[in-house]
Design a binder for this molecule. Structure first.
Ligand code: FAD
Length: 303
């Protein structure tokens, strides 16, 4: 119930203006967001690199309505891939297509995405597409299909909670794209998505096996011990080596586990968000673990 309320609040623009108007406190920055600037993100990426962790940088922002904002986000992403190439090779970027304009104008979004992919390929940086609310899901899937022939190393997230995902994955088996499997962070109607945690975990485990068997360098975005253990065992059973897949986790979540997996010889990539538009991202993190709400309120009210 609390989780659904928080997910609802994540989409509330009035609340966003109210909460975002508060100064972004240091505590909040340190826990879930690398900071406001690209320099902040690169500093975190380099620090993680020294600890054996890879990163994916996410410029916060989503659901742009004004296409000028989509162009500005594309330009910032291009700056980001160029900074990665100079200062943090091996890092990727994670992009939400709603930020590149997919809900406003699909053609403009396609142009922005191609521009970013071209710039990223020129400096040998990989791009990952986040999967958003199902209103952007189908267009994101189609955009991914369109770019794969030219940019086959692009990776897209798929959500275990969505009822259509097994079918989407079956359609991908011949193409063998790079995928990131996550549980799904958005408030979806029951007709579209599973809500029961046990059912979502069971679906995650099933899809993890399929992805390991059919897709190259898969990524498993989860902090759930049960899912992680399942992936470890399934990879071993189908002969996928520790270097041939990666675990991905969010900046600020289960930091000890991130480092333990590295010590165990696994590849771990940390998803590192940066920028000033942190509100919807943080609300989704609150929804995943309502105990975070207390921490959040303390940082907003207490400064
Ligand atoms: C790298 C990465 C990329 C992602 N990309 C997407 C995407 O593109 N689209 C999308 O819909 N979702 C995305 N997600 C979010 C994902 O869908 C889940 O909402 C999120 O990962 C929580 O699910 P879980 O598998 O960690 O399991 P859970 O059962 O939710 O969590 C397992 C344990 O992890 C810890 N934990 C989990 N979340 C938090 C948190 N916020 N704060 C503190 N502790 C926490 C708790 O200890 C919890 O018991 C991504 C997640 C990761 C890690």
């Amino acid at each position: 119930m609390m989780s659904r309320l928080l997910l609802h609040a994540a989409q509330n623009k009035k609340l966003e203006r109210l909460v975002s108007g508060q100064p972004m406190t240091r505590g909040l920055v340190d826990r879930f967001v690398a900071g406001v600037t690209l320099d902040d993100a690169i500093t975190v990426a380099q620090r993680m690199g020294r600890e054996g962790l890879d990163v994916s940088l996410d410029l916060l922002g989503e659901q742009v309505e004004d296409l000028a904002d989509a162009t500005a986000a594309t330009d910032q992403y291009i700056d980001t891939v160029q900074a990665i190439a100079r200062h943090s090779p091996g890092a990727t970027v994670s992009v939400k297509l709603s930020q590149l304009g997919i809900l406003a104008d699909r053609q403009v979004c396609a142009k922005n995405l191609n521009q970013l992919l071209e710039a990223a390929a020129a400096v040998d940086v990989d791009v990952e597409l986040d999967m958003e609310h199902s209103s952007a899901g189908r267009p994101t899937l189609e955009a991914f299909h369109d770019v794969l022939p030219r940019y086959p190393d692009t990776r897209m997230a798929i959500q275990a909670a969505l009822r259509t995902t097994p079918e989407d994955l079956a359609a991908f088996v011949d193409i063998k794209p790079r995928l990131r499997l996550v549980k799904g962070a958005y408030d979806e109607p029951l007709s579209r998505a599973l809500r029961d945690r046990k059912e979502v975990t069971a679906q995650y485990r099933y899809l993890a096996g399929r992805i390991l068997a059919h897709c190259p360098v898969p990524a498993f975005g989860t902090h759930d011990d049960e899912c992680i253990e399942h992936v470890r065992r399934a990879a071993e059973a189908c002969g996928v080596g520790k270097e041939d897949f990666e675990f991905q986790m969010l900046y600020g979540v289960r930091r000890d586990l991130q480092r333990q997996l590295v010590r165990d010889g696994y590849r771990v990539r940390v998803y590192v968000p940066f920028g000033s538009q942190w509100y919807p991202y943080l609300m989704r993190r609150m929804a995943e673990r309502p105990a975070n709400l207390l921490f959040f309120l303390r940082s907003v009210v207490g400064g």
